[in-house]
Design a protein around this ligand. Structure first.
Ligand SMILES: Cc1cc2nc3c(=O)[nH]c(=O)nc-3n(C[C@H](O)[C@H](O)[C@H](O)COP(=O)(O)OP(=O)(O)OC[C@H]3O[C@@H](n4cnc5c(N)ncnc54)[C@H](O)[C@@H]3O)c2cc1C
Ligand SMILES: *[C@@H]1O[C@H](CO)[C@@H](O)[C@H](O)[C@H]1NC(C)=O
Ligand SMILES: *[C@@H]1O[C@H](CO)[C@@H](O)[C@H](O)[C@H]1NC(C)=O
Ligand SMILES: *[C@@H]1O[C@H](CO)[C@@H](O)[C@H](O)[C@H]1NC(C)=O
Ligand SMILES: *[C@@H]1O[C@H](CO)[C@@H](O)[C@H](O)[C@H]1NC(C)=O
Ligand SMILES: *[C@@H]1O[C@H](CO)[C@@H](O)[C@H](O)[C@H]1NC(C)=O
Ligand SMILES: *[C@@H]1O[C@H](CO)[C@@H](O)[C@H](O)[C@H]1NC(C)=O
Length: 567
């Protein structure tokens, strides 16, 4: 095509978007990057709450003690308050920058890596609006973080301006939340700085419970509900996203919008399952609460002497997976190493609502009887207790602070219904372990009300509605690993683990976008199923210039892996 024929096309493109599209976001050194005066003006606008961001290891070295304690280093609570900290260290590292820019706990040189340049420690909606408008006006890469829990590193980005929402800690309970004139019943409104542990604790005082995962510091009004939000009580009440009644969100043009079933309902559709960080900055979320109840909570753990024994227990567990259905129970089932015992273990945590201790035990007995027969497996924990559900879900802190990546699949109920399902599960677990997986994290958090909610109009991928479990293969490494070893680890899910897991999930299974692999070949279908086209349209309406871009998020295919330049 010659210049002459190309010219009208270019003109048309300019006219239709109203302005030329910038190919890349501005970085320091670019003519368009804000000068010191501009930053100072933004700082004034946000009440002095603009701060330079330093990588977490440097933050630690700047403390009076000259270092973080081991307890601080591994604490989700501690890290969530620090702008430059991610829970998974690897996401702070700029492995893919040229040259790589790294900062380890004990390294003498410390690069900025993937850590943002500046953060607005937002306290008000006006702070958020100022930051959003500043990013647009100066063509900056924007990142949003509430807790920094993200398992795909989506809450940090190199050369970015970060909006840190940790100070939005308001919580309001009501007995009747009204949407479009309709009373939706009892509900809780929280800011994105509120952690799940706060929800469980405060709702206890109100005799209520809300759907939330068994994590201390995950933000229900941050990434959790935008991804889906699973919980041990999801089989009873549905996903976190299923229970959202209303959201307040600052969108790309700086406006604060209300999204619910009657106002901005397209945005409301996208925010429930359409992926974290792609829509705007959520400033509050309102979700249903339910009357609290007592539950039987159990922990059963087997030490296993071989990968074969671990596989065999997993197979036995699969055989009995439907045992909790009568009470819509939920469970976590992990193959996870025990540092103390220096061995691999099979760890099972269950929660069953409104059951007595005896009833709770009886539900697990057939599994236990079979598992005790597995050669090379030794029962080391077998505990049952009655807890108020709030206490069963409550966690004091999250122990994090390692290098960790994962890949996952939602396992359809049908995969467990065939006669050879236990044998397939056994084989898959054994093969994953033989291939060097460090942990296999299973969550029995679907079925029941998650399936019954299939008629809710939201962006939750239909794969959630037909799933029984969600299985993650996790890979970790030490800071001493070489860059080439790290690269191999980061690609392990695609190179070896996925093919193994697909023997169980089938070839076209979906995955949970919040607990997944950043290298998914077709993330659009795997994470969002048939909703991707609609999500693309909604994004164009609310974020026409792609201000909110995250790895594997809607629209990210138009950008490089850093969200820095259009491709
Ligand atoms: C220890 C641990 C336990 C977990 N347990 C569960 C579980 O039981 N169930 C479950 O479903 N998931 C669980 N997760 C996954 C969790 O849902 C995701 O990591 C989620 O993205 C965390 O959201 P966050 O806002 O707390 O994290 P962040 O890292 O702060 O943010 C995550 C994503 O959300 C975006 N985001 C954050 N705040 C906002 C905001 N205010 N507005 C718009 N976008 C925002 C970020 O840009 C990023 O893309 C767990 C994760 C960890 C590390
Ligand atoms: C913003 O202003 C505050 C208070 O005046 C100051 O402490 C802080 O260093 C400023 N931030 C930046 C990035 O200059
Ligand atoms: C870093 O140094 C501390 C204190 O000297 C030490 O306890 C710790 O093991 C070191 N950490 C790593 C990751 O090497
Ligand atoms: C839970 O059990 C305790 C002790 O039996 C009881 O006092 C309490 O009322 C129960 N709570 C609910 C919500 O059923
Ligand atoms: C628990 O039992 C109480 C009393 O029968 C009932 O009102 C409540 O709905 C039950 N809760 C669940 C989650 O089953
Ligand atoms: C979904 O179906 C259930 C029962 O079949 C019904 O109670 C509920 O109102 C429906 N929800 C929607 C959003 O249509
Ligand atoms: C990392 O591994 C992937 C997959 O094995 C490979 O395609 C890529 O070239 C590697 N990158 C580097 C920098 O070695």
């Amino acid at each position: 095509m010659g210049l002459k024929t190309l010219f009208p096309l270019v003109l048309l493109a300019l006219l239709s978007s109203g302005k030329p599209l910038n190919k890349c976001r501005n970085i320091p050194g670019d003519a368009g990057f804000p000068d010191a005066n501009s930053w100072a003006t933004l700082n004034k606008t946000v009440g002095g709450r603009l701060a330079p961001v330093v990588p977490f290891p440097r933050f630690c070295r700047n403390l009076p003690a000259g270092q973080c304690t081991d307890a601080q280093w591994t604490s989700g609570l501690f890290r969530s308050g620090v702008a430059g900290a991610m829970d998974m260290l690897n996401f702070e590292q700029g492995y893919d920058l040229t040259p790589p820019s790294l900062c380890f706990r004990n390294s003498t040189v410390c690069g900025q890596g993937n850590v943002p340049l500046y953060a607005v420690e937002a306290e008000t909606v006006a702070d958020v609006q100022a930051a959003v408008k500043f990013a647009t006006a100066n063509n900056l890469r924007l990142a949003i973080k509430s807790s920094g829990h993200d398992l795909l590193g989506r809450s940090t980005a190199p050369n970015s301006l970060l909006i840190h929402m940790a100070k939005f800690t308001d919580m309001v309970f009501t007995d009747s939340f009204v949407v479009g004139g309709e009373d939706m019943g009892s509900a809780l409104t929280v800011g994105p700085g509120v952690h799940l542990q706060d929800v469980f604790k405060e709702s206890k005082a109100h005799g209520k419970i809300a759907v939330g995962g068994s994590a201390a510091t995950v933000s229900p009004a941050g990434g959790y509900l935008q991804g889906a939000g699973h919980s041990l009580i999801s089989p009873l009440f549905g996903l976190g996203a299923d229970n959202v009644l209303e959201l307040q969100i600052v969108v790309a043009n700086g406006e604060l919008l209300k999204a619910n079933s009657v106002e901005n309902s397209d945005l409301f559709f996208a925010l429930r399952g359409g992926g974290a960080g792609s829509w705007g900055v959520i400033t509050s979320a309102t979700f249903r609460t339910f009357p609290a109840f007592n539950a039987t909570a159990s922990v059963i753990q087997f030490a296993v002497s071989s990968n074969a024994a671990a596989g065999a227990i997993a197979g036995v567990h699969a055989k009995h997976i439907f045992a909790l259905d009568a009470v819509r129970g939920g469970a976590y089932f992990f193959v996870i190493p025990s540092a103390e015992l220096n061995t691999q273990t099979f760890w099972l945590r269950t929660v069953t609502a409104n059951t007595t201790l005896e009833e709770g035990k009886a539900l697990l007995q057939p599994f236990l009887d079979d598992a005790l027969k597995v050669e090379g497996a030794t029962l080391i924990v077998n505990e049952f207790e009655q807890d108020l559900i709030n206490d069963a879900l409550y966690a004091e802190d999250d122990e994090i602070g390692e290098n960790l990546v994962m890949g996952s699949r939602l396992i359809p109920t049908t995969a467990y219904e065939t006669e050879d399902a236990p044998a397939i599960v056994e084989k898959v677990y054994r093969e994953l372990l033989n291939a060097g997986v460090q942990a296999i994290i299973g969550s029995h958090v679907a079925g029941g009300q998650v399936s019954a909610n299939a008629n809710i109009s939201s962006a939750i991928t239909p794969a959630w509605r037909t799933a029984k479990t969600h299985i993650i293969a996790a890979t970790v490494w030490d800071d001493s690993a070489s860059l080439s070893e790290i690269n191999t680890s980061r690609h392990l899910f695609q190179s070896t683990q996925l093919a193994i897991l697909e023997q169980l999930s089938g070839p076209n299974a979906g995955a949970y976008s919040n607990e997944a692999d950043i290298y998914e070949a077709d993330f659009q279908t795997t994470f969002f199923g048939p909703n991707y086209a609609k999500l693309t349209e909604i994004k164009a309406r609310y974020d026409p210039d792609d201000l909110f871009i995250v790895t594997t998020g809607v629209g990210s295919e138009r950008w490089d892996e850093f969200g820095m330049c259009r491709v």
